[in-house]
Design a binder for this molecule. Structure first.
Ligand SMILES: [Zn+2]
Length: 199
């Protein structure tokens, strides 16, 4: 299937995922189509919102979900945090998107050349003085895969780990997934090509 999307995911989630991956190809091909970036659009959503996907992305200045997925105002509920590391605030932000906004799709968006992965690789397994909560969120991946050499491969493994953490920590997310109301897509953004692909 196009984009290698698994066959057995909920129809609504699949449709939104295809739309976003096609939007990414628009970005890559320099043919963006998003037009809903005007004040008129903002006014339309002045008192409500209805995003169709939640994106957990890195704070990295090069990873901007609305641009790389060719989206405008009101489409994506975005949480950006260094290294897509999951603390309580991040978990609850996703839970809000799932429970209150009923998004059928959560995209976990890791990326190449992530500073968090580099910093963690440099210091593992020593305790760090700075960035403690961020680094402690990624060290478990290195404990599981001590032989990892490549930062980008590390980032992909971390993205997969984030799904496990969310499913373990969050009753809301776990329930939505088990009821086929939510699909969690693990994705990776490659700076050199601009492509987002499923892991
Ligand atoms: Zn990053």
């Amino acid at each position: 299937m196009k984009f290698n999307i698994p066959e057995n995911i909920p129809e609504k989630s699949k449709n939104e995922l295809v739309k976003l991956l096609e939007g990414n190809r628009n970005f890559v091909n320099l043919t963006p189509t998003a037009k809903n970036m005007s004040l008129d659009t903002l006014r339309k959503y002045a008192f409500h919102q209805e995003p169709y996907a939640c994106v957990l992305s890195c704070s990295d200045s090069r990873v901007i979900p609305e641009i790389i997925f060719d989206c405008g105002i009101g489409e994506l509920f975005v949480i950006r945090v260094a290294g897509i590391t999951v603390g309580d605030n991040v978990t609850e932000s996703i839970e809000y998107a799932v429970k209150k906004l009923h998004v059928p799709l959560l995209i976990l968006l890791g990326h190449d050349d992530c500073g968090v992965m580099k910093y963690a690789k440099e210091h593992y397994p020593e305790p760090v003085e700075d960035f403690k909560s961020i680094i402690s969120a990624v060290y478990p991946v290195l404990e599981l895969h001590e032989d990892i050499k490549c930062h980008n491969f590390f980032a992909m493994k971390h993205t997969l780990w984030v799904e496990e953490v969310l499913l373990k920590k969050s009753n809301i997310i776990r329930t939505a997934v088990s009821k086929n109301e939510l699909y969690i897509a693990k994705c990776h953004f490659d700076h050199s090509t601009g492509l987002v692909d499923l892991i």
